[in-house]
Design a protein around this ligand. Structure first.
Ligand code: URA
Length: 260
């Protein structure tokens, strides 16, 4: 027997669904000339672990500008209500190398740019030591809004933000990704392995080689000539070799090492 649903019920369920979308930050749908709802890039399936990033075959690749616009004044998770500035990413939109950190801190939240505080100065030092300029690489974070009190981002916040990180990486199409620190490395690789075990070996991130390494903040704590500092340098040497770029000659100063 066919059950018919009365139109008032359909309209009321649709209304509730639209209200739910509005509350989660969706503030409109692009509509084509025929009036049909176009597919929002937001709804792209997030590739499963091990699956390649969406190729641009057929369609022109998305631009970072478009992804930023699509984020808008994002309220897709609770960090939207406490952040000052959404920190999207910075650098070369066609970079061969992308650095991914955890999430903005107070300095980044104030300035709207990733890695601009003390950790940023350490990251700049690493980039310069590699013979590169900050403007040549692309820098972003797992989450785009500052977690209050610099706590770790929570699962629902990562879930809301990761489609945008994936879209950024797909748009930049880097040859290599460096995951900075335990949090970014474990999140991107979907593992609980400690950073001390993860670092130093390339892993696969949806078809792109990813090098996990220590976070610049950790190096600030261990010191500029610590064992961890030189571990990061060794990781960056592997990155430069993979990119077929010259490896600047650095030699470790002795007598000032820390256990890190
Ligand atoms: N730490 C991060 O992980 N990201 C930033 O942008 C700044 C500090």
């Amino acid at each position: 027997m066919n059950r018919t649903i009365d139109p008032a019920t359909i309209i009321s369920s649709l209304g509730a669904y639209l209200e739910e979308l509005r509350e989660s930050g969706v503030d409109g749908f692009p509509v084509d000339a025929a009036g049909s709802i176009l597919r929002d890039p937001d709804s792209r399936a997030v590739p499963a672990h091990g699956e390649k990033l969406a190729s641009s075959a057929g369609a022109p690749p998305e631009t970072l500008d478009k992804i930023r616009k699509n984020l808008g004044e994002c309220q897709r998770c609770k960090l939207g209500s406490t952040r000052k500035t959404l920190v999207f990413g910075t650098g070369n939109p066609k970079a061969r190398l992308v650095f991914v950190g955890e999430g903005p801190g107070a300095d980044e939240d104030a300035k709207g740019e990733p890695f601009v505080g003390d950790a940023g100065r350490m990251l700049n030092r690493i980039i310069t030591a590699m013979g590169l300029k900050r403007e040549e690489v692309y820098i972003c974070n797992v989450v785009k809004c500052r977690p209050p009190g610099n706590r770790n981002p929570e699962a629902d916040e990562i879930t809301a933000c990761s489609p945008f990180l994936l879209r950024q990486i797909t748009a930049v199409k880097p040859d290599v990704i460096v995951a900075l620190g335990k949090f970014a490395s474990q999140t991107l690789l979907e593992t609980k392995e400690p950073i001390s075990k993860l670092r130093g070996k390339f892993r696969d991130f949806h078809g792109v080689p990813l090098m996990p390494t220590y976070h610049p903040s950790y190096l600030l704590r261990t010191g500029g000539n610590s064992d961890s500092f030189w571990d990061v340098w060794e990781d960056m040497v592997q990155v430069l070799r993979l990119l077929k770029l010259p490896v600047p000659d650095k030699s470790r100063k002795t007598g000032n090492s820390s256990s890190g």
